[in-house]
Write a protein that binds this ligand. Structure first.
Ligand code: 3PG
Ligand code: MG
Length: 409
């Protein structure tokens, strides 16, 4: 476990606690309403603990990005949070101006206030150090009103943004329960995983997978990589397989042709440890058709791993003691092509190995397949999860460690 403090290390009773959560949620582009309250429910646990302990709770969060359709105020999030907590939750459409400050001063122990979307501040998303962000109006105005900063938004921990790191430079700062649970779950898989340890990598972010493969194979964390999705396409291409014109075009369109040389190098160095599909499924007139890799190229789009590959992957899953899953193995939105993902992830769910999953699409597909509850842990994070698997230092984690050093006697 990294050296940061948690809610177990502080007394919050009667204190004003600024808690940065990540309740960034899918928003209906037409109605602008919140479509899924998963993240709000999750952070409600941390907020409830603070409420129960008699803290004055100030919630800081973002929603969407300026200019995008999901960039909306946090008013509805505050209402949803109130319903989940079953206590009135106040909301002010101001982040750090006079009205926000007055609302914070008026809070009583056990009350909750949600501030406006922090990304309405033009400097919020600037990539700066904790000390630099401590000079922003956000931190200068709000820190003097608070006794403690709680960072709970693991899924935004990879952003060196003002509300993520700024307060840690000037306030006692600890990790909230979500942050703590995420880091525990991830370090269990990455720090000393029970062996054999396999990583199942799929989805479309193959360029990120280059970093993951490098990190987990070089460090001896993973014994085997099982590839699918576009990661599988790239590895097949790197092996010299002609995957066919439409499939090469998909790689080019996703900017993935450039990662072929890296993958080639991995295949040479770690031959035995990188499993590439032996067969695939293509779409012909809306139907699924199995094609052996030896029969490629194909003029049809590859949308899934094939039956032989599923069998081989499931066998490896059954023998593993730790399994990390990032990215679906096929185009799961199309019913005939969810099979690879449902079969292999289903085997992970049945296994009694430690199973960790993450990445935006992965959590969604697990929920869709009813497998979510059967994994040991499913991360709420997309980008932060992937950066963690790449061995990158996350700014929020580093900031909490620095804060802990200052807080220790
Ligand atoms: C997410 O949903 O990925 C996090 O909330 C971070 O959002 P961002 O990618 O817009 O920084
Ligand atoms: Mg994101």
């Amino acid at each position: 476990m990294p050296e940061f403090l948690t809610l177990d290390d502080v007394d919050v009773s009667g204190k004003t606690v600024l808690v940065r959560v990540d309740i960034n949620s899918p928003i209906d582009p037409e109605t602008k309403r919140v479509l899924d309250d998963t993240r709000i429910r999750l952070h409600a646990k941390t907020i409830k603990e603070l409420v129960d302990k008699g803290a004055k709770v100030v919630v800081l969060a973002h929603q969407g990005r300026p200019g995008e359709p999901d960039f909306v105020p946090l008013k509805e999030h505050a209402e949803i949070l109130g319903r989940i907590l079953n206590v009135p939750v106040k909301y002010v459409d101001d982040v750090c101006g006079e009205r926000a400050q007055a609302a914070i001063r008026e809070l009583k122990p056990g009350e909750v206030l949600v501030l406006e979307n922090v990304r309405t501040l033009p400097y919020e998303r600037e990539k700066r150090s904790a000390e630099e962000h401590a000079q922003t109006e956000l931190v200068k105005n709000l820190a003097p009103l608070a006794d403690l900063f709680v960072f709970d938004g693991f899924s935004v921990a990879h952003r060196s943004h003002a509300s993520v790191v700024g307060f840690t430079a000037v306030l006692p700062s600890v990790a909230g329960r979500v942050m703590e649970a995420e880091l525990k779950a991830l370090s269990k898989a990455l720090e000393a995983p029970e062996k054999p340890c396999i990583f199942i990598l799929g989805g479309a972010k193959a360029e990120k997978c280059v970093g993951i493969i490098r990190y987990v194979l070089e460090r001896g964390i993973a014994d085997k990589i099982l590839a699918g999705g576009l990661v599988g396409h790239v590895l097949l291409a790197a092996k010299g397989v002609q995957i066919g014109e439409p499939n090469m075009q998909v790689l080019v369109k996703n900017g993935l042709a450039d990662v072929i040389p890296d993958m080639k190098e991995f295949l040479e160095r770690y031959q035995e440890r990188i499993m590439v599909p032996e067969d695939v499924a293509v779409e012909v007139d809306g139907e699924r058709r199995e094609v052996k890799v030896s029969e490629l190229p194909t003029n049809y789009p590859i949308f899934d791993v094939g039956m032989e590959t599923m069998r081989a992957y499931k066998e490896l899953v059954r023998g593993a003691r730790s399994i990390v899953v990032s990215g679906p193995l096929g185009v799961y939105e199309k019913p005939p092509f969810v099979k690879g993902t449902s079969e292999v992830f289903g085997a992970v769910a049945e296994s009694d190995a430690y199973s960790l999953a993450g990445g935006g699409d992965t959590a969604a597909v697990l929920r869709k397949l009813g497998l979510h509850e059967k994994f040991s842990y499913v991360s709420t994070a997309g980008g932060a999860f992937i950066e963690y698997l790449m061995g990158k230092k996350l700014p929020a984690v580093e900031a909490l460690k620095e804060a802990a050093k200052r807080m220790k006697p």
